[in-house]
Design a protein around this ligand. Structure first.
Ligand code: IMP
Ligand code: MG
Length: 182
């Protein structure tokens, strides 16, 4: 385990260190490259903002040609730590995924509301398939079952930050996954 940063006093302990993250993301990239090698066009659809660090590492570990799309999704209010269950989409969103194999790239699957809503919404753009790749899974928190094809790590029911994931828009820059105190 890495030592804790003294500049982030409300981060209590590291759950997943940088080396573990990089190793696991390399495995995910290899598996995705193999599974989609002979399938046709692959499009990663990253859910903003939490998925950005995971996306940037994952896409560099995928050895087959693929396209990247970004999609803003929000189900938490500022200061809230529970999904509202109401997932908001940009009505002007235009995704170039028709006829392509879509892989949603998401930071965490928690209640499952977000991936459930996004998965159904993406079908309106006429892709060939829609699958999901998440960095973290909190299985104890699930409210709605969602199929997840690739999972980085299953973690306990703790509020986490780092590697793109925030608490009130803070801590996204941390290069590891840490639990938050309080
Ligand atoms: P779900 O709709 O409840 O599955 O929520 C998924 C979203 O909630 C994720 O994309 C995250 O943005 C956010 N989320 C869930 N757990 C955490 C956490 O521990 N820290 C920060 N954000 C979280
Ligand atoms: Mg998110």
């Amino acid at each position: 385990m890495d030592s804790l940063s003294t500049e982030t006093p409300t981060v209590s302990h590291i759950l997943i260190c940088e080396d573990e993250l990089h190793q696991r993301i390399a495995q995910l990239g290899a598996a995705i490259s193999e599974d989609y090698a002979d399938k046709g066009q692959l499009a990663l659809v990253c859910l903003l903002k939490g998925g950005i660090v995971f996306l940037s590492d994952l896409m560099r570990r995928i050895s087959i040609p693929h396209q990247v799309e970004l999609m803003q999704v929000s189900s938490y209010g500022m200061g809230a730590r529970d999904s509202t269950g109401e997932v908001q989409f940009d009505p002007h969103l235009n995704l170039n995924i028709a006829g392509k194999h879509v892989l949603i790239v998401e930071d965490i699957v928690d209640t499952g509301y977000t991936l459930d809503a996004v998965g159904r919404y993406l079908w309106s753009f006429n892709p060939v398939s829609v699958e999901t790749c998440v960095l973290l899974d909190k299985p104890e928190r699930r409210k709605v079952e969602v199929p997840v094809k690739y999972t980085g790590f299953s973690i306990p029911d703790e509020f986490v930050v780092g590697f793109g994931i925030d608490a009130d828009e803070m801590f996204r820059h941390l290069p590891y996954i840490a639990a938050v105190a309080g």
